[in-house]
Design a protein around this ligand. Sequence first.
Ligand SMILES: C[S@@+](CC[C@H](N)C(=O)[O-])C[C@H]1O[C@@H](n2cnc3c(N)ncnc32)[C@H](O)[C@@H]1O
Length: 281
Amino acid sequence: MPPELPASALYSHPSLARLWKKVHFGYSPFIHRPAVRKLYSQPAPLLRSLLKKQPYHVVALGCAEGLKESVLLRKLPKPYHLTTADTSLTMARIAARKLPAKKKTAKKLDLTSPSSLSHVLQSHSNLSPPTRLLTLFGVLPNLDPLPLLRRLTKTLRPCDLLLFSTNLAPGKNPRAGALRILPQYENPPTRRWLEAAARRFRPRLPQGQLVFQINSDPRQRSLARIEARWISPRTVHTVFSSRRPTACQVEAWIRITHMRKLARYLDPLSEEGVWLVTRKA
Ligand SMILES: C[S@@+](CC[C@H](N)C(=O)[O-])C[C@H]1O[C@@H](n2cnc3c(N)ncnc32)[C@H](O)[C@@H]1O
């Protein structure tokens, strides 16, 4: 299995965050398909009834500039406290400025580190009220999903709600589904972003070229990954990977990580889905 660059290496420098934003505005179904954007306001009625008009906190994990959270929060009562957290502190700060809340904090976060995650989540432990709504939009494809969901289950309190979204491989066959959406990745702006990340990475990668492929996830063979590999004469590195589960695979992750599904929202083309879950009692 080729060595992989950590997902954070693709976003943490402000110049890379800017290049990613161009990709997002150019190709993200959230930007270009109203049905996908709607997925982020659809959970609002259920959330309003679960929050029971009580004050609550929002913790926006891996939020970038908070575009998806903004669609959701427009339909919810203003949170008491908002924490925006991302490997890019620059983007987390922009999200905190834009999103509504009585009090706000922006933090740098490494979702792959249990201590970084609990540091971000603990900042609320002495705050009243107790209910927290955690959001995790569009991050699962970039990180190893099962360990991340396990880490989150450990930190969730019984009254917490987790709303997460993921890109999906449309249809029943993950590989065929991933092939259908490959053009969202194999395009000049994505190439510019990932080549810049490869050039910035230390230790330096040898001269090479970026090649897009669909491979199986090495940790879960039935899961398709769209990958960008940096291929040089003697070495291969995986610069980027986006896992594309089917909706059934996501539901299996929820069961395996001892979470309880409260609701699911799928876009009509099954390219993206949003799940509302809580910790199993
Ligand atoms: C594909 S973008 C999704 C951004 C946004 N939530 C959305 O859905 O439009 C992935 C986000 O995860 C963040 N990220 C990547 N690796 C991370 C890590 N290890 N810890 C925290 N955030 C990370 C990136 O900075 C980026 O904002």
